[in-house]
Design a protein around this ligand. Structure first.
Ligand code: DMJ
Length: 615
């Protein structure tokens, strides 16, 4: 397998209290990059397979143009391109067939044979990464660590806000302390049965809560805990597992979490100095990885094995930073290519269906949602533009066009005056809004400023109305916590009517929207609403062994689901803490939060660098 090579450099220690323990992420970064390559292969295959040749023209074959030509689209005027494209297509076909055969071969092997193959592959990668003579290749520039502005905060002056912020930190201590006590190294904690919990999202990768919580620990200045967590990462985090994982989840939680921890702390993270060449065969690969992760595939339940919009559309922020840190532009190019293909497809009413058939390159079922399956695709269009210091015009245009189509086709007002975002199924509206969809209030507020000036005010109003609706979905329950989905039909408004939509699993989206609304309006009601949620969490979700989701928010006493989700520490508590912090802690003009609330710095356009705190 081609090689991803990362060599270490020691960043300037920025925090005096940091332990000297090395946070050696060299291997983690190698594996991250290889994993990222796999992600790209998996989703990239959609766009590079021969079946998709119509889509390909001007996308892959001009991939070098992607880097330089993102605003205008690729140049298709090259007279020799048709012939070249034919040749490349033929090669892709051949390589693709070869890769499929290899994949079949792998499937026939016994687990211990596969394991041995992985070990051999790793050794090969390690050797190749040292270069011909076994020496480091110092040709690439070292990316120096600069701490971006606002990485650390300070206590708010207002005593009530200060106390509330301290309370959130106490909640984090309870959640983290119990995870550490009862589930250390597992993905998540079962707070009632006081043991580890693992969902199949992560395959046999371990430590989701640790990686997801790293940046929250740092932000809350829980440095002893942060050091313990980074120490665990250094010694135990292992992506060398031959099991299926959710590419989306691993990208947003693990890749995002590690990147964020690095940018916040600069803690001796080894960084990339040699060109990873993992993509040299990307053009030929099907949805498969040749070493670490076995064969990629889509979820069988997803519209005939389709790829999912929010999954292949939620790689951009992390991959731009992988390119930045590794010096390898291919990560960025590949995600740009995914987006370009989407940009070219015909869209029903301008909407993006949640399913895309990877073989035909055509949409699957016409189901559109700003909640599950679609959500973070829209979020990443906007945030890619913001994170690029507003140079990524394509992301910007696609975001505002998509938002317009959403407004026209999906956003509705109930007879009681509540604005909601419905789901669209083949042209018919389902008047239901998911808890997940509530993040859209924050997203629309974040994008309002960049919209054409006549739309800014309208978008802010829309964001405020969505925040109000989501608050109502909490207020209309017995436990004052929001259901998984709520409806606007059959005589109800903002209420869950189906038993399987009444649960609350410590999700962050409503609080996320309160934070954005607070930052942009300073209307005190958002802090009050956040505080209401804190009280409900304390009353109904807090148990001796941590925090638990509940099965029915309309029942007068909570029936706990016995899971403390990792995103409770990564997102819910972080957004709450920032809601009660001053705006200069992780300011939105210098930091962009990935969809798991991991802050990543804006990449400044004229410096090709991250902004520096001391500037
Ligand atoms: C998180 O893992 C991420 O926010 C993701 O985008 C979808 N939602 C969950 C938490 O609800």
């Amino acid at each position: 397998m081609p090689v991803a090579t990362l060599l270490p450099f020691t960043a300037t220690p920025n925090r005096k209290s940091a332990s000297p323990t090395s946070f050696r992420l060299t291997e983690k970064f190698i594996l991250l990059l290889v994993f990222s390559a796999f992600i790209t292969l998996c989703f990239g295959a959609i766009f590079f397979l021969p079946d998709s040749s119509k889509l390909l023209s001007g996308v892959f074959f001009h991939s070098s143009a992607v880097e330089t030509n993102t605003r205008t689209g690729p140049d298709s005027s090259d007279p020799g391109s048709a012939l070249n494209e034919e040749r490349v297509l033929a090669k892709i076909r051949k390589d693709h067939e070869k890769a499929l055969l290899e994949a079949k071969d792998t499937l026939q092997k016994r687990p211990d044979e596969i394991k041995q193959d992985i070990i051999n592959e790793k050794e090969k990668v390690a050797k190749e990464s040292m270069g011909q003579g076994g020496k480091d290749d110092n040709n690439l520039p070292i990316v120096e660590y600069h701490r971006p502005p606002g990485a650390t905060g300070h206590e708010p002056l207002d005593p009530e806000t200060k106390d509330r912020r301290a309370k959130i930190k106490e909640m984090m201590k309870h959640a983290w302390g119990n995870y550490r006590r009862y589930a250390w190294g597992s993905n998540e904690l079962r707070p009632i049965s006081k043991q580890g919990h693992s969902s199949n999202l992560f395959g046999s990768i371990k430590g989701a809560t640790i990686v997801d919580a790293l940046d929250t620990l740092h932000i809350m200045e829980m440095f002893e805990e942060f050091d313990a967590a980074t120490d665990w990462v250094e010694k135990n985090l292992d992506f060398n597992v031959n099991a299926e994982v959710s590419v989306f989840e691993v990208n947003i939680r693990f890749v995002g979490g590690l990147l964020s921890a690095y940018y916040l702390s600069g803690k001796e993270v080894r960084i990339i100095r040699k060109l990873p060449v993992v993509f040299s065969h990307a053009t030929s690969a099907p949805c498969a990885s040749v070493s670490l992760f076995g064969i990629g595939r889509n979820w069988p339940w997803a519209s005939g094995g389709s790829s999912i919009l929010a999954e292949y559309g939620t790689l951009h922020l992390e991959f731009m930073h992988l390119s930045k840190l590794s010096g390898n532009p291919e990560f960025a190019q590949k995600v740009m290519n995914i987006r370009k293909v989407l940009n070219r497809l015909d869209k029903p009413q301008g909407l993006y269906p949640n399913y895309l058939n990877p073989n035909s390159g055509q949409w699957g079922q016409h189901h559109v949602s700003v909640g599950g399956l679609g959500d973070s695709f829209y979020e990443y269009l906007l945030k890619a533009w913001l994170m690029s210091d507003k140079t990524d015009e394509e992301g910007k245009r696609m975001y505002y066009d998509a938002l317009q189509a959403i407004e026209t086709n999906l956003i509705r007002k109930s007879s009681g005056g509540l604005t909601y975002i419905a789901e669209w199924k083949g042209g018919l509206l389902e008047h239901k809004m998911g808890h997940l969809t509530c993040f859209a209030g924050g997203m629309i507020a974040l994008g309002a400023d960049g919209a054409p000036s006549e739309k800014t005010g309208h978008q802010m109003e829309q964001a405020a109305e969505i925040a109000r609706t989501c608050h109502e979905s909490y207020a209309r329950t017995a436990l004052k916590l929001g259901p998984e989905a709520f409806r606007f039909d059959g005589g109800v408004e903002a209420i869950a009517t189906r038993q399987n939509e009444k649960y609350f699993i410590l999700r962050p989206e409503v609080i996320e929207t309160y934070l954005y609304m607070w930052r942009f309006t300073h209307d005190p009601k958002y802090r009050e609403w956040g505080w209401e949620a804190v009280q409900a969490l304390e009353q109904h979700c807090k148990v001796e062994g941590g925090y638990s989701g509940v099965r029915d928010v309309y029942a007068s006493t909570p029936n706990h689901d016995d899971v403390q989700q990792s995103f409770y520490l990564a997102e819910t508590l972080k957004y709450l803490y920032l809601l009660f912090s001053d705006d200069d802690h992780l300011p939105f003009d210098h930091w962009v939060f990935n969809t798991e609330a991991h802050p990543l710095p804006v990449i400044l356009k004229d410096k090709t660098d991250i902004p520096n705190e001391v500037e």
